[in-house]
Design a protein around this ligand. Structure first.
Ligand SMILES: Cc1cc2nc3c(=O)[nH]c(=O)nc-3n(C[C@H](O)[C@H](O)[C@H](O)COP(=O)(O)OP(=O)(O)OC[C@H]3O[C@@H](n4cnc5c(N)ncnc54)[C@H](O)[C@@H]3O)c2cc1C
Length: 389
């Protein structure tokens, strides 16, 4: 007889591991299936650090979710004793009117979030490694900082296992189909039945969610680590913020304090700007011209940073047309399937709250969290019919 579960979770990366934790904490019998090993580096949830912030320039609708995510990150640290979130402060830098500055300010004002506006001179005074142009300004948020993706995934896996979830690694789902009481899920080794299916596929969304009808673009993204010419001391998180820095053309670069050990240097990356790829075709080699371009870009903004190139790594974004997430009951299978995907390069800070939302949807069919923005119908809607002549 095939094993039976309340919920099968596909993908145990950022979102799926959080979903497995929240589901099993509520008493559901959970099976998690993951294509690779625990906490791997072939998806979107690796690289040592992710920015977190509350004055969200993407849309003020994200703020209540961020506030909840912050609470859940704290709970996760308490429950597992792992170091996960560090609020070292953050600056969103750009010209007045830029998305990074105006969008952040809009969210801060709408939700009454503590923040300060800094002119170029004040940015240089407070954060001497940063050398903005005279016409650049910043929104400073003390509660911005970074979370550790590998520790987050490991913590969620640990709690899920502790609550009795069965987590199977190196066992990808090959296909699934609806059945009388829910779903039947196949792998090369076995067939499982469950009342509910949760699909958190990361960059495999185009393959696993063909019947969702949502177009996703998979983008290759590169993270670069440099050892500052000054040594790491001025870049320590006790005094150095995370930053998102938008140029006159609207391109954004972001980075972290030096948090990866004495020789780990400080990480920087472009936000978006990645070549289209698939999980199978992604070029994992980081080329000299890319490293030079990043070093030149940073030299104008943080002259001490591109002292010595240390290493680089690739990662994937799964981007929707409007860069907002997809979190919903599957429109084609509303009784039994929940999807969480299309995190468009900014999902990690939401991982714990996405786990909570997915558990709500899978176990009760609804959530109290505001997720209207993430409805897949917005991306699948047929064009309006031409007016009759
Ligand atoms: C370079 C980079 C920088 C980023 N920076 C930030 C940041 O600063 N702040 C922020 O908030 N977000 C950031 N993000 C985005 C964030 O990391 C992602 O939104 C998030 O990690 C996505 O999690 P996921 O669970 O959707 O994907 P993943 O963690 O990749 O998980 C998907 C999982 O599904 C598994 N899978 C696929 N197919 C199958 C199958 N058939 N059967 C079983 N398992 C399967 C995969 O192996 C994988 O483990 C960044 C992303 C990248 C790449």
């Amino acid at each position: 007889m095939s094993p039976t579960y309340d919920v099968v979770v596909i993908g145990l990366g950022g979102m799926g591991s959080a979903a497995a934790h929240h589901l099993s904490a509520r008493g559901a019998r959970v099976l998690g299936l993951e294509k690779f090993g625990p906490v791997h580096n072939r998806g979107s949830s690796h690289g040592g650090s992710r920015i977190t912030r509350q004055s969200y320039f993407e849309d003020p609708a994200y703020v209540p979710l961020l506030l909840r995510s912050y609470e859940l990150y704290e709970e996760l640290e308490r429950a597992t004793g792992r170091s996960i979130a560090t609020l070292c402060g953050g600056v969103m830098i750009g010209r007045p009117g830029s998305r990074a500055v105006e969008g952040s300010l809009r969210s801060a004002r709408q939700w009454d979030l503590p923040h300060e506006m800094l002119d170029a001179r004040e940015i240089r005074r407070r954060f001497p490694t940063l050398t903005p142009q005279d016409d650049e300004v910043a929104l400073f948020e003390r509660k911005a900082g970074f979370v550790r993706p590998e520790n987050t995934v490991a913590a969620h896996l640990q709690l899920a296992t502790g609550a009795g979830a069965d987590l199977h690694f190196e066992e990808p789902m090959t296909r699934w189909e609806p059945c009388a009481d829910g779903v039947r899920v196949h792998t090369a080794e076995n067939t499982y039945t469950a009342g509910q299916l949760v699909i958190c596929p990361g960059a495999w969304a185009p393959r696993l969610l063909t019947d969702l009808g949502v177009p996703f673009t998979i983008e290759r993204q590169v993270m670069y680590w440099f050892r500052p010419g000054t040594g790491v001391a001025p870049f320590r998180p006790e005094s150095h913020p995370i930053y998102i820095w938008e140029d006159a053309a609207g391109a954004q670069v972001y980075g972290f304090p030096a948090i990866d050990g004495p020789d780990g240097g400080a990480k920087v990356a472009f936000f978006r700007k990645g070549a289209e790829c698939t999980p199978e075709t992604i070029d994992r080699t980081v080329h000299d011209d890319e490293i030079r371009a990043m070093a030149d870009h940073m030299a104008e903004r943080i002259p001490a940073l591109p002292g010595a190139f240390l290493t680089a790594a690739t990662c994937m974004y799964t981007t929707t047309a409007d860069e907002h997430f997809v979190i919903a009951r599957h429109p084609a299978h509303p009784e039994s399937v929940t999807v969480a995907c299309g995190f468009s390069g900014h999902g990690f800070k939401f991982v714990p709250v996405v786990g909570e939302i997915v558990a709500d949807l899978a176990l009760t069919g609804a959530t109290g969290h505001p997720i209207e923005l993430f409805d897949p119908h917005r991306l699948t809607a047929a064009p309006a019919a031409a007016p009759a002549l």
